[in-house]
Write a protein that binds this ligand. Structure first.
Ligand code: NI
Length: 263
């Protein structure tokens, strides 16, 4: 069975408080071998690490402050993130980025928080997990001016081929989530089909963005297979081959250790 990696699953969040272990067990049983749980602020980053400690080698954590929460990234919070990010269970800084759609933090504050977390990622030699919504030009400009030497992924990539090209040219991966399965997003699916196979990841972004046909329900890591299956189809690849390639890409980007042998 294909061993998928859900490259972006917020399984530490409160939406899973009632049944977290069952949700994770269901994912493992359905062929999702591993997952990365990104934080959105200091408390959710800490929870991600605690969860990763309970599932060593299967659940990994990322530490970061989301653009919505950029105003919470004080000097003290950044210092705390630095401490948290030294945990061996942490594989990335994220999720971090820009969101000019909802603008829950002022744009200047978002840019400053992003730049400071770029520096943290560089200091700790960790990849970044980027959230980028209606902010593409600024994101690319900031990566070019402040992101030297960084590697990472555009999480839940939504954009056209030119935007994908920008990300790829900077050496970044593209991670596709549930929206790529929606019938109205055929153009996005075409981008997922066009992208180089060695630069594509898949994710759920659960509990959000549930793929078709379960749209509207709470999302879970096991549904990453629906997204992978859809992209494999539009690429004309056997599912197992696509799943294997994306899992390998995730392992490379996040420097995941080899899968435990007793799986
Ligand atoms: Ni997310």
């Amino acid at each position: 069975m294909a061993a998928l990696v859900d490259s972006h699953a917020h399984v530490q969040m409160r939406q899973f408080n009632a049944d977290r272990d069952q949700v994770i067990a269901a994912a493992f049983a359905d062929g999702v071998a591993r997952m990365v749980a990104p934080g959105t602020d200091v408390p959710t980053s800490r929870l991600a690490i605690e969860l990763a400690e309970r599932y060593p080698g299967r659940v990994f954590a990322a530490v970061g402050t989301h653009p919505h929460d950029a105003t919470t990234l004080t000097d003290a919070a950044l210092a705390e993130q630095r401490e948290l990010a030294r945990s061996p269970h942490v594989v990335a800084i994220g999720e971090i980025g820009l969101d000019y759609y909802r603008n829950l933090s002022p744009r200047e504050t978002q840019r400053e928080a992003l730049t400071r977390q770029f520096a943290l990622a560089r200091e700790l030699d960790l990849p970044v997990i980027l959230h980028n919504r209606e902010s593409h030009a600024d994101m690319i400009a900031l990566l070019r001016s402040e992101g030297q030497g960084l590697r990472g992924v555009f999480h839940c990539f939504i954009g056209d081929q030119a935007m994908a090209r920008d990300a790829l040219d900077l050496g970044f991966y593209l991670s596709f989530a549930g929206p790529v399965t929606f019938p109205k997003n055929a153009e996005l699916a075409a981008v997922a089909a066009w992208a180089p196979l060695d630069r594509v990841l898949v994710e759920t972004d659960c509990p959000y963005l549930t793929p078709a046909p379960f749209r509207g329900r709470r999302n879970e890591p096991r549904y990453v297979a629906l997204t992978a299956r859809h992209i494999a189809e539009v690429r004309g690849l056997p599912f197992d081959q696509f799943a294997e390639a994306t899992a390998q890409n995730a392992a490379t980007l996040f420097r995941l250790p080899s899968l435990p042998e007793n799986l």
